[in-house]
Design a protein around this ligand. Structure first.
Ligand code: SF4
Length: 268
């Protein structure tokens, strides 16, 4: 398999795969060149940044709460009514149906993909005797179809492939993996996905196909620009690419509220 421009040990994630599928040029600029291009300092760009910051804080608070640390004072001190609302929802409306078991927080799992890795970073994983349940806390745009996202595909695939690491050496069947998206603005309507053999094979095929495409590109010009003008309109690289004037607000990457994955993408 050609190594293209990807360095050995490169770590794919749901965000970089979604980016690579949506616009290979953006994948190149963001994850290979690591071009640090500022988002627009306009209301849309600032709102996106504020939302990402608030999401990261919420995730930190949720983890601290699960560890038994008091966080109420931090919520109150923030003076942020949105954060307060999310926190009320978190306490009052946890997702129903999560099995009992060993709980792991902010767990990172790496699955080998030839010369590269697939990295999944779970907010919370519950490992029971018969199944593994991933819980993902969402705070970004609630309008996405999370269940059909790269995140669902990558999380379920990685949990199953790395099942032995999660379940004390036991093999994990795809049917034993489930994923629950709990959204802070829609706490009583969690979204569930039960993985399965067919979904697992489809996930493998999509991941390997896209990784094969991206890893085979041997020069920067081979990373094609998207033909979708809506993507360019929102992209912070649009002036760099000659796809518009000024700077776009940036995309809301999949899983970005979990702490972002850019610094961890390269394996060196
Ligand atoms: S401006 Fe358009 S072509 Fe350029 S990286 Fe962004 S989405 Fe891709």
């Amino acid at each position: 398999m050609s190594m293209g421009l990807l360095p050995a040990g490169f770590r794919f994630s749901q965000a970089s795969l979604a980016t690579g599928e949506g616009c290979p040029r953006r994948f190149y600029l963001k994850y290979l060149r690591r071009l640090n291009w500022p988002g627009a300092a306009d209301p849309a760009g600032l709102a996106l940044e504020r939302g990402a910051d608030r999401g990261r804080l919420f995730h930190h608070l949720a983890v601290q709460h699960h560890l038994g640390l008091p966080v109420e004072a931090q919520v109150q001190a923030s003076g942020d009514p949105v954060l307060s609302r999310w926190w009320d929802h978190f306490l009052c409306h946890p997702p129903q149906g999560v099995p009992k078991g060993e709980v792991y927080l902010e767990l990172e799992l790496w699955v080998p993909l030839g010369a590269w890795w697939l990295r999944a970073r779970f907010d919370k994983v519950v490992v029971g005797p018969e199944e593994v349940c991933i819980v993902d806390w969402k705070t970004g745009s609630g309008n996405r179809d999370f269940l059909e996202s790269w995140q669902t595909l990558v999380y379920c695939f990685a949990a199953c492939e790395g099942g032995a690491a999660l379940s004390q050496g036991r093999t994990l069947l795809p049917e034993q993996v489930s994923l629950c998206y709990w959204h802070a603005e829609k706490p009583q309507a969690p979204l569930w996905r039960r993985h399965g053999e067919e979904a697992h094979q489809q996930a493998r095929s999509r991941i390997e196909s896209l990784v094969g495409q991206l890893s085979g590109l041997e020069n920067p010009d081979a990373f094609a620009m998207t033909e979708d003008p809506q993507r360019c309109a929102a992209c912070e690289f649009r002036a760099y690419c000659g796809r518009g004037s000024g700077v776009g607000p940036g995309w809301e990457e999949e899983g970005e509220e979990e702490g972002g994955d850019l610094p961890l993408e390269l394996g060196y």
